[in-house]
Design a protein around this ligand. Structure first.
Ligand SMILES: *[C@@H]1O[C@H](CO)[C@@H](O)[C@H](O)[C@H]1NC(C)=O
Ligand SMILES: *[C@@H]1O[C@H](CO)[C@@H](O)[C@H](O)[C@H]1NC(C)=O
Ligand SMILES: *[C@@H]1O[C@H](CO)[C@@H](O)[C@H](O)[C@H]1NC(C)=O
Ligand SMILES: *[C@@H]1O[C@H](CO)[C@@H](O)[C@H](O)[C@H]1NC(C)=O
Ligand SMILES: *[C@@H]1O[C@H](CO)[C@@H](O)[C@H](O)[C@H]1NC(C)=O
Length: 424
């Protein structure tokens, strides 16, 4: 792979004029390391001997399925896997809202406002092979949330899904009866009339880490503290519907540093684990937390699988050197999966969840999202720092192929969440 920042190397050779660029360069390398972290693990990460995917995780533990789940109002047809299907062009019914109608979308996701020339990515509807998804009923969601709390916990991708969820229902609430406020790691959307809140809590590893600051968290040397889920978990107690995710931040390309003691220790005791083992540790902590803190008779818990990125066009058979930039069509190979690294994490999730009796509903959005190389924010977003002329001359170098435009793909994730919540 051609390193995306190779064009900057000439700057290092210039004498004296280095410093004005140095900050930008370092910031940019950090940025690339974060955005393309997944690529790095594919290059430097260890090889995994065998991938076998014959098994499939039933999305909710069987014993729980037999009794009625909280909030359920109906049932999907028996045996329908809503995550297995195809994208259908639907100019009439998609998008479900307009970008300009939803004031809550952060400027990193408003692609039209930032000059994206096409809108095709907004018009795809997910069609499961053997059934139809129910229509997202915002009034049902709000009635259900009356006097309740719903919370999304995880990283910026979960924040995107959270914002999409709010966008899907805020129009039902008059202007002066809703608000969105941020307090450090917590963002709260309040529907006053309903006494309901829909919240987002920043915890990119779920466990305590050195990337927990809600604003300053672009750290490449990431450390996660073992057994520390209560650090954040105490802020999730009493929530009625929880939606977790965690993935991107584990993809450092290196072994994961796990802190055994506390971040306050003068001499820190750190062990290194493979990404898979570290991720497994976090999954087990999450399940344990849910078992100890959530009442399966009154609450629901969801876990959203890995959001795929599209940082390497060779993954889908295009020429080397491209990425999601300038992609306006879907990947039409139904067996497309992308980087192998996602597979080993999917295996870990499957293995941990299958062994567990804790009722967590798995939102398996990875495959359906992997076709959507067209749906990323690419260069059409608010940039963290001003772009250099070199970057501007080469848009591929700074395209964000991790996050997704809104409206767009993540509305589908929420249609699936809606389906699993009310029609499990
Ligand atoms: C991988 O696993 C599958 C199913 O468990 C098995 O049939 C296959 O022989 C294995 N391949 C390798 C290379 O070990
Ligand atoms: C949406 O949900 C409300 C209940 O809050 C119900 O009265 C209404 O019929 C539902 N609409 C559709 C189209 O299912
Ligand atoms: C509002 O909702 C909270 C839970 O989020 C609940 O504790 C409180 O009793 C509710 N207040 C009213 C007036 O219903
Ligand atoms: C974008 O892709 C189209 C083909 O789909 C191509 O004709 C065009 O030159 C590309 N534009 C840029 C700026 O790469
Ligand atoms: C999620 O879906 C993919 C593709 O449909 C499948 O290969 C994978 O096994 C599923 N994951 C789990 C944990 O069920």
């Amino acid at each position: 792979m051609k390193p995306p920042f190779s064009h900057s190397s000439s700057l290092l050779r210039g004498k004296g004029r280095l410093s004005p660029y140095l900050f930008t360069l370092i910031a940019f390398i950090l940025f690339v390391a974060i955005i393309y972290g997944e690529d790095f693990i594919c290059i430097f990460g260890q090889q995994f001997p065998n991938y076998s995917y014959s098994h499939k995780l039933s999305s909710t533990t069987e014993s729980v399925k037999r009794q009625k789940l909280p909030f359920a109002v109906g049932k999907m047809e028996e045996g329908c896997d809503v995550f297995s299907g195809s994208w259908v062009w639907d100019e009439l019914k998609r998008p479900l809202y307009e970008e300009s109608e939803c004031p809550y979308i952060q400027p990193q996701l408003t692609c039209q406002e930032h000059g994206r020339p096409d809108k095709d990515y907004q018009h795809w509807r997910w069609q499961p092979h053997h059934c139809n998804l129910p229509k997202f009923n915002a009034s049902l969601v709000l009635e259900t949330l009356r006097g309740k709390r719903m919370m999304f916990v995880g990283d910026s991708l979960n924040r995107g899904q959270y914002v999409s969820f709010v966008c899907l229902l805020h129009k039902l609430i008059p202007e002066d009866e809703k608000s969105m406020e941020t307090f450090d790691s917590l963002t709260v959307f309040t529907a006053k009339e309903y006494n309901a809140t829909i919240e987002f809590y920043w915890a990119p590893f779920l466990l305590e880490s050195n990337s927990d600051n809600a604003v300053i968290h672009r750290i490449s040397d990431r450390i996660v503290r073992k057994g520390s889920i209560n650090k954040h978990g105490r802020n999730w107690k009493g929530v009625d519907i929880l939606v977790f995710n965690t993935y991107l931040w584990w993809m450092t390309g290196l072994k994961m540093k796990i802190l055994l003691g506390s971040f306050d220790d003068e001499v820190k005791e750190i062990v290194e684990l493979s990404t898979e083992d570290a991720y497994r540790m976090a999954m087990k902590s999450m399940l344990r937390w849910v078992r100890l803190n959530m009442d399966p008779k009154k609450t629901r818990v969801f876990f959203t699988s890995m959001s795929p990125s599209h940082g390497k066009s060779i993954d889908w058979g295009d020429e080397q050197g491209g990425n999601c930039y300038n992609q306006t069509s879907l990947i039409d190979d139904p067996s497309y999966w992308g980087s192998d690294c996602r597979k080993s994490i999917m295996e870990v999730i499957g293995e941990v969840f299958r062994k567990s009796k804790v009722p967590i509903t798995f939102l398996n959005i990875t495959q359906l999202s992997s076709y959507r190389r067209d749906a990323h924010t690419s260069i059409y977003k608010k940039q963290w720092s001003p772009l250099t002329p070199e970057q501007l001359a080469n848009p591929v170098s700074y395209a964000d192929c991790v996050h997704w435009c809104l409206p767009g793909l993540q509305d589908t994730w929420n249609e699936l969440l809606f389906t699993k919540l009310f029609y499990p």
